[in-house]
Design a protein around this ligand. Sequence first.
Ligand SMILES: [Zn+2]
Length: 360
Amino acid sequence: METVLLHLHPDFSEELESVIQKWNNAQPHFNFKGIRPPKELETDLLIGGAIQANDTFKIAEQIRKHLRYSQQDGIMIFTEKRIYEGDYYQLYFIGIGNKSSFSLDFTRKFFGQKQFNGEYIFRAILLNILNSLSQKAGIDSHDETRGCILDFCNNMPDIIYGIESGPKFCDSCAKKIKDQGKEYLFDLAKAAMNTKELLEQDKIVSKRVGSYEKVRLQESSTEFDYDIALSFAGEDRKYAEQLAKELIKRDVKVFYDGFEKANLWGKDLYVYLSDLYRLRSKFCVLFLSQYYNSKLWTNHERKAAQSRAYKENKEYILPIRLDNTEIPGILDTTGYLNWQDEGAVNITSYLLQKLNSTSA
Ligand SMILES: [Zn+2]
């Protein structure tokens, strides 16, 4: 029998424990075990912000080790943080091998969706575990959304469809399961759908999760770590610094590398900065100049910032021109400000207007 260790999050541990009990009584194939992580490992999960998927797995592994469970045991943890990986800017769930993590930040958004009536957090957990058990049994996932356990969903409406209609298997997956003699997977899906006390308890735990609009230890984790990141060539540092200081005066959270020396020390800068420009700041201000264009470093930053701008389909890059150099990839249609015309004070007030219009 498989064991899956399930993080008893302090906000809903009792409710979750009760739903685990009902699940374990409903079927004989796999067993949930509620665990309380040690405080020093759990705290990071409870603070808002952003985290790479892989770092959540590392924490999960440490928790499992600390509690002296076997590496064969699955483990699933909750975090308040926004989870990101590769091109995915925000994930609600991610599992690799027998480790998986849920973003509560995103899970709460489920409950906020108008078209979503259900309150099924435990069902969502089961769905994802059944997905990994099925894949382990040799049944591949499919890109097409069929409300099937093996759907590969990468947008909200598909995820919601899967949760509301399942967990269940589509005809083609059901046939593969029969062919491979893995019928216990049907029992699991049925237990999830047909056990009345389980469904009722799921509502209770889901209500509890949804009732926390804010994260426990910080305000909303949907907020970015920075309001504005500054990307500039070394030669143009004096302009960036001027703007950074002006922004700080107005309480804007600004990423300017001159303020972050201790934080950056020893980090893999290529990955760190690429994540930062792409994922952790609301806006990115580029200082365009002859130097900016010639620097590989700033080009790397610019590419990261652009890849996000294209994905999100909204203005994210705010260019400031220091001179008239053409910068490849910055479309002529992108509005920009001229440093010479505006200066740090005016630009700061425009940035404040931008920030106010997005937080409304
Ligand atoms: Zn299927």
